[in-house]
Each structure stands twice: as structure tokens, then as C-alpha cells.
Design a binder for this molecule. Structure first.
Ligand code: SF4
Ligand code: SF4
Length: 343
């Protein structure tokens, strides 16, 4: 149940801890959830500067077992100085004097990649921090497979983090084999597609059938932690029946599930296509957060202006009926917000 995280040589339990959802818990509850994961053998904890107070909660939960765990966090900054400020803040929030894996967060466009790789870009901050012993290993995260492929060709990162699950499985063709060839640790985010898959435990086992290092489902209750960890330990492989269920679920989601690749963007009328299509995932992770309300406000103003130019649908590799889906998602979001008295 342990795998090696690429060239870091760190031994990681295959189920890691995705740190986004604990932001909506109280400090006490979050500490209990993280601690339960630790008791069950989870030793990889992934968080980010941008995940609310997730860093602080993880730091609190693990402060007496720091040496036994691997803590990964991320900087959203694209420039050197901003990244260095983020590092100090992350170390202070986590209450640690080193970070195991420090990652460039969400590098999902070629422009952003160029910026972080430039001489005064954030990558240089990661390298200097590693040199100074504040960081042990450095990585990159993103949603776009092509951008990540270019990133690992341009620089020898220790780890990469990307979405991979049975409905968004493009990474299995080039990225995962390339990472293996370069001995880069692979950290799988969104293993449950943000809560949209019908068979979550089967989904985790599906991923572990591939040559990846660690999966990091977001977990916000003790029962989720126990279910995820125990089901993997008890029954790591997939049965014929489970493979059939996966195919059924893939067929259900194929033309409605947005993979977040961003190929459709930008819309000439500023419609937030991908954030709107993935709104249920945002809500599952963050509740009715400020970010969700911002997406709603922008969508409400822009979706009625869709001219049906179809630029987006032509660019979507999955041929999603975007013009129809944005209307449906906006109506769904509005009804959710109304029934929760948020608007
Ligand atoms: S069809 Fe609508 S959503 Fe798509 S690019 Fe054109 S205006 Fe934007
Ligand atoms: S709508 Fe299609 S192109 Fe746009 S982000 Fe989603 S999957 Fe990618």
C-alpha cells in the first residue's frame, strides 16, 4: 500500500490527504479528521496557500508527528518575490521549519508556464528555497496535460500533480508514462472528479491500477477517511462488475462532465464557461463560498449574452454541448443558492 514518490524516494501511503475541504470545518473538527487519517497510515498531506486556513489546520493536527509525515503545499504566485513571501506565510501557518514538497500552483496555460520559468519567475524561488533547506523537493500542479508535459521537459521537477479519474483519464496516454520515464512523482488530484462520480471507492481503485504515486481525495469527515483508506486496503483490485459500472458511469458523464482543460476559454462574451460547468465540484469542495458567489454573479450577467457563436464547442475536445450546459448550470446554481437562502 506504499509507493515511492518518484525521485524524492519518499515512501508514501497510496491514499494521501487532499486539504481543500477541511477549510469549511471548525478547527477542532478539521484536526480530528486529519488526525484520523494519520492514525490509519496516511502520511502525505497536500494543502495550498489558497485553501483558506487549511495549512493552519494541517499544521495543528500534525505538529507532534512532523517527522513522520510529508507535507506538500503550493504557491499561487508567478514571480520570485511573491513566491518567497508565500513560502514564509506557508511555513508560519503550518508551523514548520521546512516543507517537504513545495509546488507551483495551477500552472495551466503556456503563458503562465513561461512566466514561472522566467529568470525572475516563481520557479527560481522554489530552487533557492530548496538550496536553503527550507524545502526538500519541488513540484508543479496544473489541469492542462500539454502544459504539464512541456513543464517537465523544460525543468526536472521532483513531482507533478494533475487531475486523473475514470472520466478524465487523458493523463494515462502521455503524461503518466513520461513522468515514469523521468522518475517524477505523480500526485493525483480530483480522483473523484469533485464528487461527480457515482462510484467513489471504485474510482480510487481504478486510479491505483495505473502507475501513479499517490492519490489525494479531499476528505472532510472521519467516515470519509475511514471509507477511503479501508476500502483500498481491503480490496485493491477491480472486479468485472466494477469495470462494468465504470463504463456505465463514463457513458452517463461523457457529454456533461467538464474536465477543466480550459481549451474552450476565453469566451468572447466573458462567460466563465469552465467554472460554471464545474460549479457543483466547487460547491462540494468549498460550500457556498465567496468564489462560488462570484462565479454566479459573473455567469448571471454574461450567460444571457451568449451569441451561440459555437467557438467554445468547436474547441472542446470532449464535444460538450456547452451552449446548452451553461444555461442548465446557471439555472441549477440559482435554485441551489435560493434554496440555501444565499440569494
Ligand atoms: S457560444 Fe456562447 S459561450 Fe460559447 S464562446 Fe460563443 S458566446 Fe461564448
Ligand atoms: S467545456 Fe470542454 S474545453 Fe471547456 S474546460 Fe470543459 S472540457 Fe475543457
Amino acid at each position: 500500500m506504499y509507493r515511492v514518490l518518484g525521485k524524492t524516494n519518499l515512501r508514501v501511503f497510496v491514499v494521501g490527504f487532499g486539504g481543500i475541504p477541511i477549510r469549511v470545518l471548525s478547527i477542532d473538527d478539521a484536526v480530528k479528521v486529519v488526525r484520523r487519517a494519520y492514525e490509519l497510515g496516511v502520511n502525505f498531506y497536500d494543502t495550498a496557500r489558497g485553501y483558506g486556513d487549511s495549512e493552519r489546520k494541517i499544521g495543528l493536527a500534525l505538529k507532534d508527528v512532523r517527522e513522520n509525515v510529508i507535507i506538500a503545499t503550493k504557491t499561487p504566485s508567478r514571480d520570485y518575490d511573491g513566491a518567497m513571501r508565500d513560502l514564509e506565510k506557508s511555513m508560519s501557518e503550518l508551523n514548520v521549519d521546512y516543507i517537504d514538497v513545495w509546488q507551483l500552483h495551477n500552472v495551466s496555460s503556456f503563458d503562465t508556464l513561461e512566466r514561472v520559468l522566467s529568470s525572475d519567475g516563481a520557479l527560481q524561488a522554489l530552487r533557492d528555497a530548496r538550496q536553503d533547506g527550507k524545502v526538500r523537493f519541488i513540484g508543479i500542479t496544473g489541469h492542462n496535460i500539454e502544459v504539464l508535459l512541456k513543464a517537465i521537459e523544460a525543468y526536472s521537477f521532483d513531482t507533478i500533480q494533475f487531475p486523473f479519474n475514470y472520466i478524465a483519464d487523458d493523463a494515462k496516454y502521455e503524461l503518466i508514462p513520461k513522468a515514469r520515464e523521468l522518475n517524477i512523482g505523480t500526485i493525483i488530484m480530483k480522483p473523484l472528479a469533485g464528487g461527480e462520480l457515482s462510484y467513489p471507492i471504485v474510482a480510487l481503485r481504478y486510479i491505483l491500477g495505473h502507475d501513479v504515486s499517490v492519490i489525494i481525495p479531499g476528505m472532510k469527515s472521519i467516515s470519509e477517511v475511514e471509507e477511503n483508506v479501508n476500502s483500498i486496503i481491503e480490496n485493491p483490485t477491480l472486479s468485472e462488475e466494477e469495470l462494468r459500472l465504470i463504463e456505465e458511469d463514463k457513458a452517463r458523464l461523457d457529454k456533461v462532465f467538464c474536465r477543466g482543460c480550459m481549451y474552450c476559454m476565453p469566451c468572447p462574451n466573458s462567460i466563465p464557461i469552465s467554472p460554471l460547468l464545474r460549479i457543483q465540484q466547487f460547491i462540494n469542495r468549498t460550500g457556498f463560498s465567496e468564489a462560488v458567489l462570484r462565479i454566479y454573479e459573473r455567469a448571471k450577467q454574461t450567460v444571457p449574452n451568449c451569441t451561440k457563436c459555437l467557438q467554445c464547442e468547436e474547441k472542446c475536445p470532449y464535444k460538450l454541448p456547452i451552449t446548452q450546459l451553461i444555461q442548465e448550470k446557471l439555472a441549477w446554481l440559482e435554485s441551489q443558492l435560493k434554496s440555501s437562502h444565499k440569494i
